[in-house]
Design a binder for this molecule. Structure first.
Ligand code: NAD
Length: 490
């Protein structure tokens, strides 16, 4: 049994209450680790430490901050397998995917390490004849980062190097279900040479320590990834003292297949969008919009491919779909399957928990496909966050756009077509932060990611994301300080 502590000021700090929470392996059911059940005292201590560290970190030259991030990127690669194993043990995602992801995370640290000393202000040509005006981009201060359980280190990697490159210090609160990989990961900051207090981690429940961190007066910004329910509470709480906020929330993304598409490629893209990671993807293409003329053909092929999905132990390299992460999520997905059936949708694949060969159910849900889904049904409107696909028919391009956009969410959308004009028209019309044409789930450290509508605010990755962690100051210098009339604007 591994017993973890908070990580504050580069020290291992026991929770103020002395209480710990169990971390359970979703596949074996074994409690393999304990993490601190943090409270307000722990949150205050971490924020105070980050605030003290900010005073010198913001003055550390950007190239020096960048070099530390580059060193860290190398350490991430060196430790990627160890970190991947911990994450799989904690959230049950298949090792084959997590190990690749873990190496790839290093690229975000490298990218922002390189960008750190390229944040430039401007000299502004103003209308004033006797003034010189320029801008500076300055860090915000202490940033609280709150992450979910589906990809703890990847999603942290979309925020943390950006904030650090910009000169902020950070307090991280990972999900109470999957804190171990983050607690192990932050040890690498010491090894890379980061000063103590620049990065801190406290753990515990969102409703206990999370709420304290997001309402703390010394926190300047909250960078949150999680559900829209928690996102809304955080946004309201941040308004109290005008904190900066970025929110990466849920989705109900349409994956739209036109009759002119390469159907084999489309079927693989649909499968990757909904069954990878057992559907626990914010970008899950959970609504398949398929043109009526090819509906039966596409469904038949989908069922044929998806029925051969390898289910089981996430550490087995052959496994394609492992368990869902938490018992609560397992129940929630099965409840949605019941709801869909009651609403009149017809299940053509799966629809039940998977039982392993030894007769034991290990929190795995069979890849499930519902047809005869109407876009107004709950199964088509609410985020399931599991391997459940809703198939919805459309007649033509216009109908596809109306149905695709008829959701409160706007995280992503996929379009499968061989018509380039249609591809461009669809990319313009779809209300989503990411549109994939003839592909699905492509993301990169170079390209902005974020949501429209209830899927969130702000962007991560790419050059523009660093602005999310900076504030702009306009500096005026007079070249002729004489003032004729102080009561009239110069
Ligand atoms: P969640 O909202 O329940 O929890 C996320 C984190 O917020 C956890 O660390 C939790 O402890 C904390 N939290 C919860 N309530 C809080 C509060 N009131 N104040 C402060 N902290 C609070 O989400 P989850 O179940 O862990 O993750 C699944 C959700 O995350 C899904 O909706 C999914 O779509 C979303 N997600 C979004 C993205 C994205 O980039 N858009 C990526 C992955 C997951």
């Amino acid at each position: 049994m591994n017993v973890y502590n908070h990580y504050i000021g580069a020290e291992s700090i026991q929770p103020a209450t002395g209480e710990y929470l169990d971390s359970q392996n979703p596949y074996t059911g074994e409690v393999w680790a304990q993490i601190p059940r943090g409270n307000a005292d722990d949150a205050n201590r971490a924020v105070a430490t980050a605030k003290t560290a900010f005073a010198s970190w913001k003055r550390t030259k950007p190239d020096a901050r960048g070099k530390l991030l580059l060193r860290l990127a190398d350490l991430i690669e060196e430790n990627s397998e160890r970190l991947a194993e911990i994450e799989v043990r904690d959230n049950g995602r298949v090792y084959a995917e997590v190990s690749g992801q873990m190496k790839y995370i290093a690229e975000w640290y490298r990218y922002y390490g390189g960008l750190a000393d390229k944040v430039e202000g401007s000299v502004i040509p103003t209308d004033k004849s006797n003034s010189f005006n320029f801008t500076r981009h300055e860090p915000l201060g202490v940033v609280t980062m709150i992450t979910p359980w589906n990809s703890p280190l990847l999603l942290l990697g979309w925020k943390l190097p950006t904030a650090l490159a910009a000169g902020n210090t950070v307090v991280i609160k990972p999900s109470e279900f999957t804190s171990a990989s983050t607690l192990e990961f932050v040890r690498l900051f010491e090894e890379a040479g980061f000063p103590p207090g620049v990065v801190n981690v406290v753990t515990g429940l969102g409703t206990e320590i999370g709420t304290v961190l997001v309402s703390h007066p010394d926190v300047a910004k909250i960078a949150f990834t999680g559900s829209d329910t928690a996102g809304k509470q955080i946004y309201k709480s941040a308004a109290e003292d005008f904190k900066h906020v970025s929110l990466e929330l849920g989705g109900k993304s349409p994956n739209i297949v036109f009759e002119d598409a390469d159907l084999e490629a489309a079927v693989m893209g649909v499968i990757s969008g909904i069954f990878a990671a057992a559907g626990q993807l914010c970008i899950a293409g959970s609504r398949l919009l398929v043109q009526s003329s090819i509906h039966d053909l596409v469904v038949e092929r989908l069922v044929e491919v998806a029925r051969h999905t390898q289910l089981g132990d996430p550490m087995n390299p052959e496994t394609q779909v492992g368990p869902v992460t938490t018992p609560l999520q397992f129940k929630k997905v099965l409840d949605y399957i019941d709801i869909a059936a009651k609403e009149g949708a017809r299940c053509v694949l799966g629809g039940e928990a998977h039982i392993d060969a030894d007769g034991i159910s290990r929190q795995i849900i069979q890849p499930t496909i519902f047809v005869d889904v109407d876009n107004s049904m709950r199964i088509a409107q609410e985020e399931v966050f599991g391997p459940v696909l809703s198939v919805i028919r459309f007649d033509d391009e216009e109908d596809a756009i109306v149905k695709a956009n008829d959701t409160i969410y706007g995280l992503a959308a996929g379009v499968w077509t061989s018509d380039i004009g249609r591809a461009i028209r669809m990319s313009e019309e779809l209300e989503a932060g990411t549109v994939w044409i003839n592909t699905y789930r492509d993301v990169s450290f170079t390209s902005p990611f974020g949501g429209y509508k209830h899927s969130g605010l702000g962007r991560e990755s790419g050059v523009e994301a660093i602005k999310e962690y900076l504030q702009t100051k306009s500096v005026w210098i007079s070249t002729d300080p004489s003032t004729e009339n102080p009561f009239v604007m110069r």
